[in-house]
Design a protein around this ligand. Structure first.
Ligand SMILES: *[C@@H]1O[C@H](CO)[C@@H](O)[C@H](O)[C@H]1NC(C)=O
Ligand SMILES: *[C@@H]1O[C@H](CO)[C@@H](O)[C@H](O)[C@H]1NC(C)=O
Ligand SMILES: *[C@@H]1O[C@H](CO)[C@@H](O)[C@H](O)[C@H]1NC(C)=O
Ligand SMILES: *[C@@H]1O[C@H](CO)[C@@H](O)[C@H](O)[C@H]1NC(C)=O
Ligand SMILES: *[C@@H]1O[C@H](CO)[C@@H](O)[C@H](O)[C@H]1NC(C)=O
Ligand SMILES: *[C@@H]1O[C@H](CO)[C@@H](O)[C@H](O)[C@H]1NC(C)=O
Ligand SMILES: *[C@@H]1O[C@H](CO)[C@@H](O)[C@H](O)[C@H]1NC(C)=O
Ligand SMILES: *[C@@H]1O[C@H](CO)[C@@H](O)[C@H](O)[C@H]1NC(C)=O
Ligand SMILES: *[C@@H]1O[C@H](CO)[C@@H](O)[C@H](O)[C@H]1NC(C)=O
Length: 558
């Protein structure tokens, strides 16, 4: 099964949907928190699959304050095809990923994985999308305003450096941005609060989303029914909060690509991010190893006879050349920051590696060659801006949810955070640590926290055992996180490791993993121990004639 992997670094595929701003709350008189859902056709701009039905579900903005008013979540489901065992709820991660989008993409595969016995249900959580209220969070009225606000800063330009901040001049250049970035982030917070969506900031967050899911499950399956759930990436955080906030409701739960809930409950998010990126360089090593194995015929970065070390050296040389050209003329469009950001994004999905090597790499080489002799590059926009653009402005949904959930502000300065970026490039990942902007870096300055957060304990006694999954090499949710979660839950969880690369097991196909998931959801069978390892399907070629096993073997022998 290839789940589209929604990233924490934010590579959420764009829905083509137009986003309306949602400032209107429904009439308070229509508040019915245990209403039945009216299923109908979906908005064809968002959901095209005709087997998916859509509905709205009313939610209170604040579960502990009825006076706060109400909103609604846009819900979608694919009906069970066989004897119905209940619903499986899905959250794709982000935070800020659209459940409607992801059901549209992977819903049919999930139906198959559940043997047709489950309705597969997803929704755009509060803070997400054009249909849910509150929907997407904005801080600027237009892209122009956004560009003007951040003009000349690392927010638009990314961070220029080589290696692991090898050149002290790059260290100085970054740290000299600290005062202006501190001021900008504080000002950003004020803008977000003053924007029409600002009044919702304290109501978006994972605890409320857990309660929305439980209310939805009450309406669909009854108030005592076990709740089945699949969460990937940040969706595992929603999962960890759910199973501990409602331990008696836990049905079949699969958490894949784990965010460590204890880290998020105890540390500021920039440091959490450094932990999350701990294996990014391992995945990068897989990429360059695969490229070297494939050779120049199947991976244009490699020259005949290159080792993985040689391929890395070629990429580092390109980054250095782009860096030097950018230092000469800060207006060039292909910067080292942009190339690094693109590589870091590709680490999520090995299925993209051949295209990165075949297409993006030669384009970058051509652009950087031209830049270094002073020719204006034709390749247009800077790539380091990873933020979602919609309705002519940019969404801050990811920051809003992540920061709502995060620990209180601790007065940490931007200087400390930028120093940490430099340290992390040496201790966590030289590829991923300096990618900027990164939502995890905002929260020390974000002015709002959610009206409810769940900060532990994370080892409640659950009604049913859960399944935890991780790739062996995941660039943003390292295996160590999944192991930590299983350690906390003890005998109440089983770990399955998929022996491959990418973000969540869904980033590569594995018949073995599908069988483990099927046995759990359909027959209630869990692996005996925590030592199940699933191979990625052998016919999944990352480069021509090079599969995951080849790369893992070459890395192990290195
Ligand atoms: C985009 O936002 C503007 C400003 O709020 C609004 O007037 C307009 O209707 C929106 N356009 C669409 C297509 O949603
Ligand atoms: C749910 O429905 C029951 C009966 O249909 C009603 O008595 C109850 O007040 C409702 N609860 C809420 C929170 O609306
Ligand atoms: C799915 O089931 C609901 C009833 O729960 C029904 O209203 C809807 O029409 C069904 N959708 C499809 C596409 O069959
Ligand atoms: C950014 O600043 C430069 C010079 O400081 C100016 O020329 C340019 O117009 C500005 N761009 C925007 C979008 O404000
Ligand atoms: C990459 O290039 C090789 C050699 O030309 C080709 O066989 C392969 O299909 C290409 N893969 C992608 C994803 O472009
Ligand atoms: C810097 O690069 C920009 C964009 O590529 C170009 O328009 C400009 O002429 C360059 N400036 C210098 C001094 O080379
Ligand atoms: C930076 O990278 C170089 C080359 O990989 C390595 O030798 C050096 O120890 C690293 N520096 C730090 C401070 O980790
Ligand atoms: C949960 O963890 C805490 C802290 O590690 C520990 O004191 C407690 O005994 C644990 N509870 C259960 C039910 O295992
Ligand atoms: C799985 O690992 C956890 C944590 O190490 C342990 O408590 C649990 O007993 C293990 N489960 C099995 C079935 O071995």
């Amino acid at each position: 099964m290839i789940l589209s992997a929604f990233g924490l670094l934010f590579t959420v595929p764009l829905s083509t949907a137009v986003v309306l701003r949602n400032d209107q709350s429904p009439d308070l008189a229509s508040l019915k928190f245990n209403e039945s859902l009216q299923w109908g056709a979906c908005d064809p701009n968002i959901v095209q699959n005709p087997s998916i039905s859509c509905a709205f579900f009313t939610i209170p903005l604040d579960y502990h304050d009825a006076h706060a008013g109400s909103g609604r979540i846009a819900v979608a489901k694919i009906n069970a095809t066989g004897e119905r065992l209940g619903s499986v709820f899905l959250n794709p991660g982000g935070p800020g990923g659209s459940g409607l989008d992801s059901l549209n993409t992977i819903g049919p595969e999930l139906v198959a994985l559940g043997g047709g016995h489950y309705d597969i249900v997803s929704w755009d959580p509060r803070g997400v999308g054009p249909l849910t209220i509150p929907g997407d969070i904005f801080c600027f009225d237009s892209v122009e305003e956004y560009n003007g606000f951040w003009n000349g800063t690392i927010e638009l330009n990314g961070i220029e450096m080589t290696g692991n901040f090898t050149d002290p001049a790059d260290v100085q250049a970054l740290l000299s941005q600290a005062p202006i970035m501190q001021k900008k982030y504080e000002e950003l917070g004020q803008r977000c609060m003053q924007h029409p969506t600002g009044k919702y900031l304290k109501y978006v967050g994972t605890a409320a989303t857990v309660r929305d899911m439980v209310a939805l499950a009450d309406a669909l399956d009854g108030p005592d029914a076990p709740i089945n759930y699949v969460g990937t990436s940040y969706g595992t955080l929603l999962g960890s909060w759910f199973i501990n906030m409602f331990p008696e409701r836990v049905g079949h739960v699969l958490l894949d690509g784990v965010v460590n809930p204890v880290s998020l409950a105890t540390q500021e998010t920039p440091y959490v991010w450094d932990e999350e990126a701990a294996d990014a360089d391992k995945v990068y090593e897989g990429l360059v190893t695969g490229c070297a194995l494939a050779g120049p015929q199947a991976c244009t970065v490699a020259q005949q006879g290159d080792s993985a070390v040689d391929v890395d050296a070629t990429i580092q040389a390109l980054l250095k050349k782009a860096h030097d050209a950018t230092r000469k003329n800060s207006s060039v469009s292909v910067t080292s920051a942009a190339i690094r950001s693109q590589i870091a994004g590709a680490l999520y999905s090995p299925a993209q590696w051949a295209a990165l090597a075949n297409t993006s790499y030669p384009e970058a080489v051509a652009a950087v060659d031209a830049e270094s002799v002073g020719i204006t590059s034709a390749s247009g926009t800077r790539r380091s801006l990873r933020r979602r653009q919609m309705n002519d402005t940019v969404s801050y949904t990811t920051e809003a949810i992540l920061c709502s959930d995060s620990v209180d502000q601790r007065g940490t300065s931007m200087k400390t955070i930028l120093e940490d970026v430099i340290t992390a490039s040496r201790t966590s990942s030289r590829i991923a640590s300096a990618v900027w902007p990164a939502p995890f870096r905002y929260c020390p300055f974000w002015p709002v926290r959610a009206v409810e957060r769940y900060q532990g304990p994370f080892n409640k006694t659950l009604a049913n055992k859960i399944l935890v999954a991780s790739n062996k090499y995941d660039p943003v949710t390292p295996l160590a996180n999944a192991q930590a979660l299983v350690d906390i839950l003890g005998d109440q969880a089983r770990l399955v490791v998929q022996d491959g690369f990418g973000h969540t097991t869904g980033s590569s196909p594995s018949q073995c993993f599908d069988e483990v998931a099927f046995a759990y959801f359909v027959n209630g069978m869990l692996p005996d121990g925590n030592d199940t390892v699933c191979e990625v399907d052998a016919d999944f070629e990352i480069f021509n004639n090079v599969n995951t096993e080849d790369i893992v073997a070459a890395m192990t022998n290195a």
